[in-house]
Write a protein that binds this ligand. Structure first.
Ligand SMILES: NC(=O)c1ccc[n+]([C@@H]2O[C@H](COP(=O)([O-])OP(=O)(O)OC[C@H]3O[C@@H](n4cnc5c(N)ncnc54)[C@H](O)[C@@H]3O)[C@@H](O)[C@H]2O)c1
Length: 353
């Protein structure tokens, strides 16, 4: 059994760089960075110089050589490439952590999962906010009955003009805002409220697979009861990115400041609640907002924890929280939302996936 997983990061844009920073943010006693891969040779050379990892700007050559010096990859390439790169990595004998969304269709998920199972490789998805402390704290309070099960879950996905490049190309993204950044909202809703039974969505496009959705209201009906709302829009000013969460329980109204909004200081509400604390108003009236203290955390650390969890699972020290099956379940809820928006009807998740 290896002591440290030898990792490569493929795709060195915003998220690839974030994963590389992970090695500094947390104590990675279970993994080391051995290669950095991107089409952009200047970028690979620059990052290799800083990290001491090998540089590859020829992806085919990387997959050909990889098994000699590498155990696993973290894929941070545009969404459309996830499936092809996952299959190539598994064929090259590597374990894989792919960024969200796991893929852009359920058919791709099934092919990737079958390949990983037959090669006996770990195949996981980076649902990093499952590791974010405020989300874990509130989830455990709900599960333990410390607060009555919320009747309502609401989250914002409010973005200004921060996105561009491949995200504006619907074939590269797989859709619009909901399949991309929306992936986090779906799994966070499922983390706190359990599995989704059915979805009813209003989208600003009749076919999000052809014209990416820019604004949507997605209503989730949970199997264990309660209702969720994801409201998403690209039509906010400037650099806004807000992912605030509100839960309404008989025991209180709870606000969890958005993890990315906090990290970027880009929230779109008045700064009444910031930091990684959760606030609860137990009476429901007046100004009695009480802080539920949580271990300090931030979005970047949640990315690092996701990568560290992947390495730990490869070493057999942990069982995957963020398995490919979890990624597939999450994508099925998105598929139901897209179908609902297109056909203007409620869609049971079981119907799509
Ligand atoms: N978990 C999160 O919070 C989070 C945040 C941002 C992005 N993401 C995900 O990470 C992935 C990458 O997003 P990003 O924001 O870093 O995009 P980006 O555009 O900043 O970076 C993408 C990188 O991939 C490289 N690339 C493109 N085609 C390639 C190929 N054929 N071979 C090798 N490299 C190639 C590009 O050169 C670029 O450096 C996406 O799947 C996105 O959804 C996740």
């Amino acid at each position: 059994m290896i002591a440290k997983v030898r990792l490569a990061v493929v795709g060195l844009g915003a998220q690839g760089k974030q994963h590389i920073q992970s090695f500094e943010l947390l104590d990675f006693d279970n993994a080391e960075l051995v290669a950095v891969v991107d089409l952009d040779k200047n970028l690979t050379d620059e990052i290799a110089k800083i990290t001491g990892a090998r540089a590859y700007s020829d992806i085919d050559k990387f997959f050909k050589d990889a098994s000699d010096f590498c155990d696993a990859v973290i894929l941070c390439v545009p969404n459309k490439l996830h499936c092809e790169f996952v299959l190539n990595a598994i064929s090259a004998g590597l374990h894989v952590l792919t960024e969200k969304p796991i893929a852009i269709s359920l058919e791709e998920c099934d092919r990737m999962i079958a390949a990983a199972e037959s090669a006996d490789k770990r195949f996981m998805v980076s649902h990093n906010l499952l590791f974010y402390e405020p989300h874990r704290v509130i989830t455990s309070m709900i599960k333990s009955g410390d607060i009555a099960r919320p009747h309502e879950f609401r989250t914002r996905l409010t973005c200004g003009d921060m996105y561009g490049s491949w995200r504006d190309q619907v074939d590269m993204c797989g859709g619009g805002l909901l399949i991309d950044s929306g992936a986090h909202r779906f799994y966070t809703a499922r983390q706190m409220m359990g599995e989704v039974k059915s979805v009813t969505a209003w989208l600003d496009t009749a076919n999000p697979r052809l014209v990416g959705d820019e604004t949507g209201f997605v209503v989730l009906e949970f199997e264990e009861g309660g209702v969720g709302l994801i409201d998403s829009t690209f039509h906010a000013p400037g650099l806004v990115f807000d992912d605030l969460i509100e839960l309404v329980s008989r025991d209180g109204t709870i606000w969890i400041p958005g993890s990315e909004a906090e990290y970027l200081s880009s929230w779109s509400h008045p700064p009444v609640v910031t930091g990684s604390d959760i606030v609860i108003n137990r009476t429901g009236v007046g100004g009695h907002w009480e802080v539920i203290d949580t271990p300090k955390d931030d979005w970047a650390k949640s990315v690092a924890k996701s990568a560290r969890h992947f390495a730990s699972c490869i070493l057999g020290h942990e069982e995957p929280i963020t398995s490919a099956y979890e990624g597939r379940k999450n994508l099925a809820v998105l598929e139901a939302a897209y179908l609902s928006g297109m056909e203007r009807r409620a869609v049971d998740v079981a119907e799509v996936g």
